[in-house]
Structures are given as structure tokens and as C-alpha cells.
Write a protein of this length. Sequence first.
Length: 702
Amino acid sequence: MQTIDYRIAADIGGTFTDVACLSSEGMLITAKVPSTPHDYAEGILVGIRQIADQLGMAAGSFGQLLHASTIATNAILESKGAKTGLVTTEGFRDVLELRRIRVPRLYEPLYEKPQPLVPRRHRHEVSERLDARGAVVQPLDEAGARAVGRALAQAGVEAVAICFLHSYVNPEHERRVAQILREELPEDCFICASCDVLPEMREYERTSTTVVNAYVGPVVRTYLEKLVQRLEAAGFDGNVLMMQSSGGLLDVAQVQERPATVVESGPAAGVVGAARLGMAAGYGDIITFDMGGTTAKASLIQDGRVTATDDYEVGGGISMSSALAKGGGYALRLPIIDVSEVGAGGGSVVRIDAGGVLKIGPESMGAVPGPACYDKGGKQATVTDANVALGYLNPVALAAGTVPVNADLAKEAIRQAVCEPAGIDLLEAAYGIHRVANATMMRAVKAVSTYRGRNPRDFTLLAFGGNGGMHAAALARELTIGRVIVPPGAGVFSAVGLLVADYEMGRSVSLPLLLSDDQASVLETAFCDLEASVLSDMACDQSPVLSRFVQLRYKGQGSELGVAVPPGAVVAQTMQQLVQGFEAEHKRSYGYLNDNGLIELVTIRVVASLPPARAPRVSRVAGLGEGGEETTRNAYFGAASGLLETPVITRMMLTDTPRQGPLIVEEYEGTTVVPPDCQAWRDTHNNIVIQLGTEEPHDGRV
């Protein structure tokens, strides 16, 4: 008899902690519990115990925990990172202030850039200098470096970033200063050098990335150490892997060395799940829409492949990657799944500003005290309260009765926040909140599509997160997207994505040269050396899959585009394939080609990945039985449709025959709203498929 193995995963959000378990037979079991900000491990353990009880197992029986968290992102967004210092080359103290000449808000003359993560008083210069080839122009002043270490110790810094000019070519000075600082600073001070974090050219991006790594280092380290201790105390003796922003899992001990790699941990997990499970259901071109309690995220999947970037900004109102809109956040030049994020979620606070304009977020009520309707002390109106008032959410309880709801408190909060100041009735106010939230979230979708040369109408919108299904159809209509998919387990889908992700490690180095056939051997040698380094760091018994990537640009351009290197050794033909790949991506992203332009290679990257031992698949979902009783409740769909008596059903009540909206599909993890002018059905993979009224009715088959 075959033994059934289980993989379990946990994703911590601002409001809920999602736990998902996948058996080797394809059974998916899920749990959704309130997040516990005082001790996030507590929420994880509650979810694990709930699933273990369903399976009749001990909570410590799982051999491995896969984990994603917004701990690093929140440290930056909330300015709650470590007290950080910066040590840099003499004359480069203000690189973090100068940034790039970008103004993200063209028509806001009083716009102020975000304050640097390291204040000027904690930024110190050391006398040393290398040239662009790594040769020593001015020797390192070790006495000066030691004095800087004493000054930082006296200031009580908790982390230090080291970034010297041209250290990506010659790391000798950075490594020596790191050694000196470890002698002068307390043992628990987090110290990192740019040669280890980002050995690539671009002074500001390299400095900013190293500073971000230092800023979140102590926070991530303390969090992961406590998590492992709590799990061990509960009887869990397996290893813990954490999702990286690049979409691969890595052991937590290695994450603690480079914590900046997990800044977009949670969002990346959901995108990986969308790519793997979406492709299995026949959807290769997808825009993901992930709406949780605090933020909304979007990403683009083309031909079943996630869109990755290494030119990202976190903070500044919207975390995103775009060569066209930049300058509002902190540069993070590490491999990241291209996810844009805005501060609009179910718990986002609603208010009328001084000019009488309705505003949504970015402030969130989080898990504690939560939206007013949760009756946990929250008094401010939120998007969730609006959805309760509109009739979209169950007015009594959510998550199979585990989260009580008080609809009267939701309505009263909206009356005070919007109705009275604006002089409008309750339903009009609630629907206005719903639409403004959609408009805010549209920025995230456009950032990964329109801003990158893609037309949203060419894609299917795959919605997940606890609130994704409620807003997806209305958002798709605004973007002229014709079809929406809501997968099983949508409310915990980032946790599901962890279950289908690969174990992964990647490294990059700068290799500036002109792309030409006679450079093929140089490129092949560099790739082989980098692969050997990655395999040494990975130190695993199995043979991983090795993938190669390059960053290319026209000579004189200020930004690069990533291109995958064809399999096999690099030869003259490979160089021609790289040219073709670069030109296709350049045309797609910017709409033109430079026919006579020379192409420069800037950076090379190697990724080693190991897929799960068994190919992940979801064949059944616990709780998705055939039972259930159809009920109705009034729901408001705007002035044109008004208040309608709307059927409330379960996912399994849908069949492959399209059913006309309006409909509300209630599940344990979340709710899906099908507006009156849409049709919905369930495909063979148990996805809810919503066809908008903008296209011909579908026959129910995918």
C-alpha cells in the first residue's frame, strides 16, 4: 500500500494567516485563521493544528513547512526596520539622497522623495578607491574604517551596509572593512557587503539594495529564529523553507544571510501557483489579481511563464517594476517576480479628505482590531465594511462561521465616515467605496501590463486572495478583460502556490561586453564559473536544473532587458539567438528597434532549481462536496441595476452550463461576486469561470 505524503505551507498576511496542505494523491486541505501580530507563529500553529486534526495526524508529523510572509515588506512600508548605518567610499555619502533623476508624480511640484532608510548621520565615508577594472587607485584606510566602526557602535546601530565603488569587480576592500566592523561592533549586529548582496554595476541601485538588505536583516532574522523555536516547541522537527521574491524556495538559514531576497515573498507564491495551476487548466496568458486584507497585487504570466525583473522599487505608495514609472520607492535590484502592489485591501481605511474626495488606504485596520464589522474594536470604515453593506459578504459570519460579522456596525461606520460628510445614502456610499477601491487597484494591473507594453484585454484575469473574487469582475470590466477565473482555494492561494514551487538558488555577476560572435567563449566560461559557485552554495545531493539568463541593452541605454539563454554551451549561434530574443522583448516593451544599435551585455545570472519530489497536482479539495442549499439575499450592483435579490450558492452548485448573474458564491476561504451582466460556470479543474457581458456568451467549455 502506497504511503501518503503531505506538504504543508503557511502564508502570513496582514489580516489572515493561510495554511494549505497537499497530499501526494492530490487532495488539498486548507485553513484560514486571523493573523497574530504579537506572535505570527501562533497563527501558523493554529492553522497547522486545524489541518492535522482533519487528517487525524499529530501537528508535528509534517516533515517540512513551506513559508511566505510579508515581514520584510512591512518593515519597509511601516518604517520599522533596524537602525542602520552605511559605510561607503569617500565622496559617495549622499548616493541614497541623489537617487535617479526621476519624478514619479509629474504634476505635483511639492512632491517629496521618501526619506532614505539610513539617515545622513549614520552614513560614513572611508578613504579608498578602485578603478572600473578593480585596480587599487587609493589603498584602504584601515584606521579610518576602525574609527567608523567605533562611531557606529556608539550610535547603537543594529545593522550596517557596506558599499564601495567598483567592489563588484574587486571585493577586497569591502571584505576587509566587514571584518573590521565585526571586531568593533556588537556580535549581534547585522553586517552585509554589496559584493555578497549584489555584485553588479550601478552605484545607486547596488547601494540601495544593500541598505534594504541590512535594514530588514535583524527583523527577518529575529522573526525566523522565533518561528523555528515555536515550531520545535510544538513538536515540529522538519525543516522550514521560505519563498523568495524570485519564486523559488530556500532554507531559512540561507534566507537570514540575504533577507532582501524575501521582500516580496507572499505575492511571489501566489503568482507561482497561478502559473503552474493555470497552465494545467489551459490558461497560459494570465494577469493575476491578489487582493488580501491590506494590499492588492497584480502580476503578468505569458505563455505559462511568470514575468521576472531585477529592477524593482518597494514603498512609495506602489511597489512595482517599470522603466516608465519609477522614482517613488526604494530601489531593490534583485530577481523578483514582477508584482505591482498598492495599499488597497479589505481592511483598507475609508475616509473623505479635506477636499471632499473619497480616499481608500493605504492605512489598514489589519487583523487587530480589523474592520468595524468584525466587532473587535475597529471603528473606522473599510472596504470590507462596504462589501458587507452592499450584500456581497455574508452579514452574519465568514470562513464557515469562524469569523462573526456584525452588519449594523459596518453600516454605522460607513455612515459616519462617508454618508454624513458627503451627504449621500448608505448604498450609494458603499458602492462608491467599492468602485474607488477598484480604481486604486487598477494601478497595480496597469503597472504589469499597460506600462510594460501589454494589452490587458489579451489576458485572462485570475483572481485570488480573500477579497479577489469580490472585486475581480468589476475590475475586469474597467480593463476590458473578457474572462475571470477564480481557482479552488482562492482565499489561501498564496499558500497553495508554495506547495507547487521549486527549491531554488540563483547568483549574478556583472560582465560588461559588446555582444558579438567572438565573445561566445568568454560568456561560456563566465557561465561555467558562476554555475560552479551556485552548485557549491546549494550543496544538495540531487542534480538541479540549471538556467541561464542575461541582461542586455542597446549601447548607451540606461536600462536593460532580461533574456533567457538557450540550453547548451554558448556558441556563435547562441549569440545570434540572444540578439533575436532581445530585439523581440525590446519591441514588445518599448514599441521600436534600433536597427543599427550595438547590443551590450551587462549582467549574467544562473538559477539552479529542484522541483518537488512528486509533481504537484490538485485533483480534489476538501470541503468541496456536492451538498449545499441555495439561498438568496439582496445585493446592490449600482444605480443601473439597483438592489437585486441574488442567489447565494457554493462552488459545486455551478456546472459546466453557464449560469446568468447575479450570483454570489460563498466558500470557506472567500466570496466570489458575479454581476448581473455576466455568466459563470465551473470547469473540469473546479475553477469558477466568469464571462463578462463584453463578449459572446461562452458554451461552458474551456
